[in-house]
Every structure is written in structure tokens, then in C-alpha cells.
Write a protein that binds this ligand. Structure first.
Ligand code: ATP
Ligand code: FE
Ligand code: MG
Length: 340
């Protein structure tokens, strides 16, 4: 079974081909970061324009690298949401055009299901499993009892983890996206500032990062007013320690409560060295298998969409040529729909 997948939900134009759900044949990603950097964030109109320019080039390259022809492809998978509507539309329309022209089945995939399934390219899933999704737009704990079944047990009430990283980075005059820069600085600094940790109500698996972000801003502001200079490295280290403390503690508690066999870490922030180390340490000695994808599969790519699309295809999930981009598609609604 060969799946060709397209992902254009944000600022990377990506096409990948995966064989039998787990065997990655090609994974082409055209990043637009350079075009958005000077604006300090993703500009939706620019993203759409880039996707249009890149999509056929990336598609050709993915087929060529995989050594597969369109005739051999069994289905076209595409990210239908969530994401930027104009960006999603380019991928969805490209997928529909290919599906129609080559008479192939079409499968719509949820972007976050993709981030989770990126891990299946590395190792087979064992259920029940817990996913910690930490990306630019999401911070969620998701329990899966079987393929295609997603139960969101906790989510952020305000900023996503990646968003908090990017905002704090901006306040520290670091380039966009700031997550990797903070990660690097944090390794050189010391967590000398005691920033707050939002535990929320007892037993809650929800997250909140806006209070922490504000605390960092206030600390910077007060230091500036007093003419004091704080080391960026120490601010980064203190901020990162607060984020990781909450993420690791809640994840561990959920993994125990739901008696999961595997923990999956997904999304761009899964690239964070501090988080990786923190989870490894917390879960050491537990009979829970911790999967963290290689860096290239943490951030947006189409391999993950192919991996999730492969399972959805096998479960009989099909989209029609009326498939539309859904910028706010919820994971639980998507899960219900794909179960038959
Ligand atoms: P979503 O998947 O929720 O739609 P997105 O696709 O924009 O959002 P990703 O591409 O998965 O998110 O991840 C990008 C985010 O990951 C950015 O916020 C970036 O700063 C963050 N990030 C990347 N590397 C690191 C790192 N080493 N440490 C912390 N954050 C990081
Ligand atoms: Fe993403
Ligand atoms: Mg991205």
C-alpha cells in the first residue's frame, strides 16, 4: 500500500510517500521560514502564495525520490485542518486535483493526528498510549485505545507551549521562531528566577502558559526600569524549567492514571532538548515506552500525514471531491467520523 500525502496547514509545503503505513520512501519539505522571519510570525497571505509556487515542485520531487509513479499510489492523503484556511486550501485542492486526474481515493487527515502518527514511522504503536502534543498551536494530552481513536484529556486554556516559547523569544529579541533559540540559551544558563507554574485545579490535565509568559515580560520590564541587566540565558533557563516542570509532571500523572504502555511526544516543541531529557528522566525505570520522533519528524511534514492517512485509509475512511479545508477541525470530531 502506497500513500502519497500533502501537508500545507501552515508555513511548510510538504509531500511524502509512505509504504504500508510505516516505511518512509520520501519526505520533501519546503520551508518558508525565511520569508516570514522579518515579520516575526507567519503571514497567511505570504504562506498561501508560497504553497502555490512550491506544491508541484515538491510533489514531483517526492515521487522522484521515492521512485514511485502516480499509477502505483493507492490513495492521496491531505491535511484538511486545523491550520490557516488559505494555506490548507492549496493542499486540499492539489490533493483533489490529483485524486480526480488519476482516479485515486482521497483521505482527509487531522494535522494533530499526523503529529502523533509521525512516531509510528519509528516504532509500532502499543495501546493504550498517551500522546503529549506540544506544537505552535496545540498543547494537549491525548489517550488512544486503538488506531484512529483520540480522547483529549487535557488541553491548553490559553497559549500553546510553542506559542509561549515564540512570544518569550520575541521579548528577548531572538529571531522567529524562537523555540530553538530559547532551548539553546537555556542550556547555557541557570534557572535562577522562580517563575510561576500553572497547575490549575487538582487533577486537571489542562495547561495554561499565558501567566508564565506575562511573568517573564514583567520581570524583563522591571529589570529594565531599574537599569538591571538579566542574563538572557538565565531567563531562558528559568522559563524553560517552568514549562517542562508542568509538562512532565502532568504527562507522568496521566500516563500512570490511564495505565498506558507507550508515551508519544509530538509536535515542534518535542524537539526541545530540555523536554526530552526531562521526560526520559521522569519515565526512567517505568515500564512505559517513551517515543520521541527524530527532529525532522517533530515539525510539520507530510510523512506524518501519510502515516495517519494510511491507517484511516485501511479503516475505510474516504473523502469526496467536496472535501473542504476546516481551519478549526477538532480531533475528537475527526475521530468519531473516521470510526465506522
Ligand atoms: P500546530 O501543529 O499546532 O498547527 P505548528 O504546525 O505551527 O502548530 P509545529 O510546526 O509543530 O507547530 O511546531 C512549531 C513550534 O515548535 C514553534 O512554536 C517553535 O518555536 C517550536 N519549537 C521548535 N523547536 C523547538 C525547541 N527546540 N524548543 C522549543 N520549541 C521549539
Ligand atoms: Fe504542526
Ligand atoms: Mg510550522
Amino acid at each position: 500500500q502506497y500513500i502519497l500525502a500533502i501537508e500545507t496547514s501552515c508555513d511548510e509545503t510538504a509531500v511524502a510517500i509512505v509504504k504500508n503505513g510505516r516505511d518512509l520512501l520520501s519526505n520533501v519539505v519546503a520551508s518558508q521560514i525565511e520569508s516570514h522571519k522579518r515579520f516575526g510570525g507567519v503571514v497567511p497571505e505570504i504562506a498561501s502564495r508560497h504553497h502555490i509556487e512550491q506544491i508541484t515542485i515538491v510533489l514531483e520531487e517526492a515521487l522522484q525520490k521515492a521512485g514511485v509513479t502516480m499509477e502505483e499510489i493507492d490513495a492521496i492523503a491531505v491535511t484538511e485542518g486545523p491550520g490557516l484556511v488559505g494555506a490548507l486550501l492549496i493542499g486540499v485542492n492539489a490533493a483533489k486535483a490529483i485524486a480526480y486526474a488519476h482516479q485515486k481515493p482521497l483521505v482527509g487527515v487531522h494535522h494533530i493526528a499526523g503529529h502523533i502518527y509521525a512516531n509510528r514511522l519509528e516504532k509500532e504503536f502499543s495501546f493504550p498510549l498517551l500522546s503529549l502534543v506540544v506544537s505552535g498551536g496545540h498543547t494537549e494530552l491525548i489517550v488512544m485505545k486503538e488506531h484512529g481513536d483520540f480522547q483529549v484529556i487535557g488541553e491548553t486554556r490559553d497559549d500553546a507551549a510553542g506559542e509561549a516559547y515564540d512570544k518569550v523569544a520575541k521579548a528577548l529579541d531572538l529571531p522567529y521562531p524562537g523555540g530553538p533559540y530559547i532551548d539553546r540559551l537555556a542550556a547555557e544558563g541557570e534557572a535562577t528566577i522562580d517563575f510561576p507554574r500553572a497547575w490549575l485545579e487538582e487533577g486537571s490535565y489542562d495547561f495554561s502558559f499565558s501567566g508564565l509568559k506575562t511573568a517573564v515580560m514583567n520581570t524583563l520590564h522591571n529589570a529594565r526600569q531599574k537599569g538591571k541587566t538579566l542574563k538572557k540565558e538565565d531567563i531562558a533557563a528559568s522559563f524553560q524549567e517552568s514549562v517542562i516542570d508542568v509538562l512532565v509532571t502532568k504527562t507522568y500523572r496521566a500516563a500512570r492514571e490511564y495505565e498506558v504502555k507507550q508515551l508519544i511526544v509530538a509536535g515542534g516543541v518535542a524537539a526541545n532538548k530540555g523536554l526530552r531529557a526531562g521526560l526520559k528522566e521522569q519515565f526512567a525505570g517505568e515500564a512505559i515506552d517513551v517515543l520521541i520522533p527524530p527532529l525532522s519528524l517533530c515539525t510539520d511534514n507530510a510523512a506524518m500525514i501519510a502515516a495517519a492517512g494510511s491507517v484511516a485509509f485501511e479503516q475505510g475512511h474516504r473523502a469526496g471531491l467536496d472535501l473542504n479545508a476546516n481551519p478549526s477541525l477538532s480531533l475528537e470530531r475527526y475521530a468519531k467520523r473516521s470510526k465506522r
